[in-house]
Design a protein around this ligand. Structure first.
Ligand SMILES: [Zn+2]
Length: 116
């Protein structure tokens, strides 16, 4: 089966892409936990964060910072940021979740229950 996240050109055509950086793009999650739930995705088919080069990792952090600032400005909330275990990913292509919603202390378990 073709990887949907490798299909960047198709996503661009359907206006699903919110913004892009040199090595990553950002889309709305198709099953959002809250308004503004987005994903940051590398153009390259990379399975997990440990497979990123230092260059890509640095660019990822800058892209997360950019997306986080965007969400904070738009939704007045600093986002929760997480990456699922590679065996728990719905799409086997690295993607980082940013959710501009408060979950409270140790609220990540609640967020993960809502996403699965
Ligand atoms: Zn892929």
């Amino acid at each position: 089966m073709k990887c949907p996240f490798c299909n960047f050109q198709e996503l661009i055509k359907t206006n699903e892409v919110i913004f892009t950086s040199k090595n990553f793009y950002c889309i709305k999650d198709i099953k959002p936990i809250s308004r503004g739930h987005i994903l940051i995705i590398p153009y390259k088919h990379i399975r997990e964060i440990n497979a990123l080069s230092s260059l890509l990792f640095n660019d990822l952090l800058l892209t997360i910072k950019k997306a986080s600032s965007h969400l904070k400005k738009k939704y007045k909330q600093t986002p929760l940021i997480f990456i699922n275990n590679k065996n728990d990913q719905s799409v086997n292509h690295l993607h980082i979740h940013l959710i501009p919603k408060r979950f409270g202390i140790l609220g990540i378990d609640k967020a993960l229950r809502e996403i699965s």
